[in-house]
Design a protein around this ligand. Structure first.
Ligand SMILES: O=C(O)C(=O)C[C@]1(C(=O)O)C=C[C@@H](O)C=C1
Length: 302
């Protein structure tokens, strides 16, 4: 097994910033993958020991390429998460002026986060999608586009000049990155954990989604993300991506999982791991460990 950590490259992406902020970035050689699926494929095929990929952005939501690739191998698990503040510059080669920018390249998530700025300052520019912000910056350095929307770090990495700084429509946007491993044990509970699941409900059954949500509601588990995504099997066929504020080792979570397993067509467990912001959930007294222990003892005494 290679001791590399694969990440969405090239050098200068926000994903690389996440790798650097993590211990894994110090322990392993970082390998820039050309796309998110390529980073996850390297993990799957044993060419990397870990992979770091973008998962969710506070403005633009989840990263579809990551969700799609995660479903391809049941042995890939999320082991950690990290938050990185994202900020964008408009970068160009030395002498270019704003009036000379006809083609701008960037990642779709970055385009969405700078939409208003672009509409106001470059309303006629053509927008080209690249696999990452740093790839767009690299392509500008190669002379393929007039400008790129990327981080100041990418500008420095590819010798570009900022035509405009801090062009994000919303300040303080955060992207959540996840560290993936294959066949990894679930890390122990910290008291501030998250569990990521994908549930496939029985379609065309009235109340199936409500039944799914009840598994969490009655056990006092807060959901921080619920998203329906097409399964690809046909129109109207959806699965639900869930982030729940509890750890697999907690009774309320394991009971909720049993409930899901009984009532859903399929359930995929993607990991229980510490929340990057360390926020400890408020657990109602009827759902804490003591309440479950006492209920079990009562049942056994009957
Ligand atoms: O292109 C990059 O630099 C990335 O790391 C990817 C990514 C994303 O997928 O959302 C990460 C953070 C920003 O929101 C824009 C792009």
């Amino acid at each position: 097994m290679s001791s590399r950590v694969a990440y969405l490259g090239p050098a200068g992406t926000f994903t690389e910033q996440a790798v650097r902020q993590w211990d894994v970035g110090r322990a392993h050689e970082a390998w820039p993958a050309p796309t998110v699926p390529a980073a996850i494929a390297a993990l799957r095929e044993g060419d990397a020991e870990a992979a770091v990929v973008p998962f969710e952005n506070s403005v633009e939501g989840s990263v579809p390429a990551t969700l799609q690739a995660l479903l391809e191998d049941a042995r890939v698990r999320i082991c950690e998460e990290i938050l990185v503040e994202v900020q964008f510059d408009l970068l160009s080669r030395g002498s270019t002026t704003l009036g000379q920018v006809d083609v701008v390249a960037t990642h779709p998530h970055a385009a969405a986060q700078t939409r208003d700025w672009l509409a106001q300052h470059l309303p006629r520019a053509e927008l080209v999608q690249e696999s990452s912000t740093a790839r767009a910056a690299q392509a500008v350095a190669e002379g393929r586009y007039d400008a790129a929307i990327a981080s100041p770090e990418a500008g420095a990495a590819y010798g570009l000049t900022p035509l405009a700084r801090r062009i994000a429509d919303r300040d303080g946007a955060l992207t959540r990155f996840v560290l993936l491993r294959r066949d990894a044990p679930v890390p122990p509970s910290t008291g501030a954990d998250r569990t990521t699941l994908v549930a496939l409900i029985w379609q065309n059954r009235p109340g199936a989604l409500l039944e799914l949500l009840e598994q969490f509601a009655v056990r006092g588990i807060d959901l921080t993300r619920l998203e329906s995504r097409p399964t690809g099997e046909g129109l109207g066929e959806y699965c639900f991506w869930i982030d729940a504020d509890a750890h697999l080792s907690e009774a309320r979570m394991s009971e909720a999982l049993l409930g899901l397993r009984r009532t859903c067509r399929d359930v995929r467990f993607l990991g229980s791991y510490p929340r990057a912001d360390g926020r400890v959930p408020a657990v109602p007294v009827h759902a804490d460990e003591q309440a479950y222990r006492e209920a079990r003892e009562w049942l056994e005494s009957l």
